[in-house]
Each structure stands twice: as structure tokens, then as C-alpha cells.
Design a protein around this ligand. Structure first.
Ligand code: SF4
Length: 350
């Protein structure tokens, strides 16, 4: 343990003030804080709650239903990051659609899906574009590449999300936020600084190592002790105030803001990204004249409350019993970044 970590550890373990609620917004932080044993250092008065930072978890049920419709009704080959395949839809998951004969393929990058479309021109390929500012640029690059090459057998089903308006929706849920370092690496820090200056929302940007996470937590606790709103970038080796201009440029070129449905948080105005009109031919909803599809979440699942920090995964009645990573009832148990999956793996409660 280096000197910085020892200092951070002493601040965290020595805290004896008023009860604090600190929300880590990022799913990777959720898992790393558990995996590195940092939760065990936190005194009783400090509660660490998870927020809506796992892209698979916040994707609405209706989006899964749309993907199933494209696969089963339109015969499209649906390419997706692997986690999404097991997320339950209203009637079935993509794994269920595959069992009925649908062609569902896990890919590592949107460009893998472009390559499939390029190499098999008779196949209609759909890529499921989910995620935050971290993954949206690569989906935009895929759409731009397909347009430049004139690939008419490739399209995107979009559910891309942006964090700023989600933060606004979460104001009041916690005393301070631990912001996702990889998102701020793209967007820069202006949004978080503005939240602090204009709405009094405190938070720190954190990296992903034990030292970075402990430092971020210690800075949060010290800042909250002082009682004034604060914002600090605790991940300066990666996050710059201006973000990543090239990534921002391609997002603005290919997509534009839209209202977006978040699991648990409902419809948040201008919290999503959709393809611009120039890319309509690459938008699966337009290309296949998709009807309006509204999903119905399983009433037993409390993912919505988990994602807002209103309850812990272990407060859900089916946690670890009916709902396990092998047989997930909700998205938060499926994803490697999901809070229910982290509690299942690390909390020792099952
Ligand atoms: S334990 Fe399962 S059912 Fe309960 S909130 Fe988590 S994912 Fe949903």
C-alpha cells in the first residue's frame, strides 16, 4: 500500500461524522469497489449506493423487444455485445429468440458487425447500439463507415444514452457522486463542474485502481465533512477538462440528442442519442418501419429501484433465490457491471 492509499484509508476508516450516502454511478466502479475489498473499509455511517451507470442495466425492456422483433419478424442478423443476449425482454430474451431460430451474434465492436455486412451482402445485419459516451463514438464510426461504403445491409438499433440529464434526474439521491472516469474522459468535466456550481451537487471523478478509488472516496468524505459543494477530478492522468474532442466530433456529426427511456428512471428528456436524418437509411427503426413496441418489466424485479439507489439488490425478494447470474430475472443480474451481479458475486449474502 503506497502513502497515498494509507492516507486515504485513514480518512475513510476514521470517519465518525453524520451518515453519508455516496453513489458510485459507474457499473465498473460498483464491481471494483466490491472486488478490491474497499466496501469493507467503509465505516457504518457511510453508505455506498449504486447508480444507473451500467449500460445494459439501464436499457429499457422495450429495446430488447425491438431487437427480438427485428430478429424474428424481419429475419435480421442481430449483432450485440454479449451481455445483452441474456437480458429478459417482455416475452423473451435474445437468447430465447435464438432458441426459436433467430441469428443472434455476440461481437466485440460495432465494426465487427460492419465487417459481417461487408463480407455477406445478402445478409441484413443490425447492430444493437447501447451504452454511454464511452461506446457511442464507436457506434457512430460504424454508421459513418457503412454510409461511406454504401453498405445497404447494415443498420443500427440505437439506445445510446448520455449522462448529464441522468445526473440531473438523480440530484438528491446521494450526498455526493463518484463520477465514471471513462465517461468524463470523453465528455470532459464541464457538466460535473456546472452541477456543483449551479445546483450544489458534490462529486469526484474516479479512476479504477484501488489507489484511485480509495483516493476518490476519501476526497468525497473530506469534502462532505467541510459542508460546501465540491467537484474534483481525481483521475487527472486520463480525464482532461476538455474531454476527447475527436470522439465528441464524431458523435455530433452522426447522432443528435433525443429523449430516452431508462430502466427505472423512465423517460428522461434529451438523455439519449439517435442517428441524424442523413443517416436515416442506417436506422433500423426507420428502415424496417418498426411499430411502436412498449416493453413490460417483470413486476418482481426491482432493478428500477436499485438503479436509483432506492434499495440494495439484497432487498429484492428474488435476489439470489429465483434471480441468479445463471437465471437472471432482471438486467442488473445479467451484466458484468450490474449491481445485483456484484452483490451476488462479492457480498457473501448468497
Ligand atoms: S435481484 Fe434480480 S430481480 Fe431483483 S432487482 Fe436484481 S436483477 Fe431484478
Amino acid at each position: 500500500m503506497n502513502e497515498q492509499m494509507k492516507k486515504a484509508r485513514d480518512i475513510i476508516t476514521g470517519y465518525k461524522g453524520r451518515p453519508l450516502r455516496i453513489m458510485e454511478v459507474c457499473g465498473t466502479h460498483t464491481h471494483e469497489i466490491f472486488r478490491l475489498g474497499i466496501r469493507k473499509l467503509v465505516p457504518e455511517g457511510v453508505e455506498i449506493i449504486s447508480g444507473p451507470g451500467c449500460p445494459v442495466c439501464v436499457t429499457a425492456v422495450g429495446f430488447i423487444d425491438e431487437a427480438v422483433w427485428l430478429a424474428l419478424e424481419k429475419g435480421c442478423t442481430v449483432c450485440t455485445f454479449g451481455d445483452l443476449i441474456k437480458v429478459p425482454g417482455t416475452e423473451m430474451s435474445l437468447a430465447g429468440a435464438r432458441a426459436k431460430g433467430a441469428d443472434i451474434r455476440p461481437v466485440y465492436s460495432p465494426l465487427d458487425a460492419v465487417e459481417l455486412a461487408r463480407s455477406e451482402p445478402d445478409r441484413q445485419v443490425v447492430f444493437l447500439a447501447v451504452g454511454f459516451e464511452t461506446t457511442t463514438p464507436s457506434a457512430c464510426l460504424a454508421a459513418k463507415t457503412a454510409k461511406e461504403e454504401g453498405l445497404d445491409n447494415f443498420s443500427l438499433l440505437t439506445a445510446n444514452k448520455t449522462m448529464p440529464n441522468a445526473y440531473n434526474a438523480l440530484v438528491g439521491s446521494a450526498d455526493a457522486f463518484i463520477y465514471p472516469g471513462h465517461v468524463n474522459a470523453i465528455t470532459g468535466n464541464a457538466v460535473c463542474q456546472r452541477l456543483c456550481d449551479e445546483r450544489g451537487v458534490s462529486g469526484v471523478v474516479a479512476g479504477f485502481t484501488a489507489s484511485e478509488l480509495m483516493t476518490a472516496l476519501a476526497v468525497c468524505i473530506r469534502g462532505l465533512e467541510k459542508g460546501e459543494p465540491f467537484f474534483k477530478n481525481c483521475y487527472p492522468r486520463v480525464v482532461k477538462d476538455e474531454g476527447n474532442p475527436a470522439a465528441i466530433r464524431i458523435m455530433e456529426e452522426v447522432m443528435e440528442p433525443c429523449d430516452s427511456e431508462w430502466r427505472g428512471l423512465g423517460l428522461i428528456p434529451l438523455s439519449g442519442m439517435k442517428l441524424r436524418a442523413e443517416y436515416a437509411g442506417f436506422d433500423s427503426r426507420v428502415k424496417y418501419s418498426m411499430p411502436k413496441i412498449t416493453g413490460k418489466p417483470n413486476p418482481a424485479c426491482r432493478c428500477g429501484d436499485v438503479l436509483q439507489g432506492k434499495c440494495k439488490p439484497s432487498d429484492c425478494k428474488v435476489f439470489g433465490k429465483v434471480c441468479t447470474p445463471l437465471h437472471p430475472v432482471g438486467a442488473c443480474m445479467v451484466s458484468d457491471e450490474g449491481a445485483c451481479s456484484a452483490y451476488y458475486q462479492y457480498s457473501g449474502l448468497v
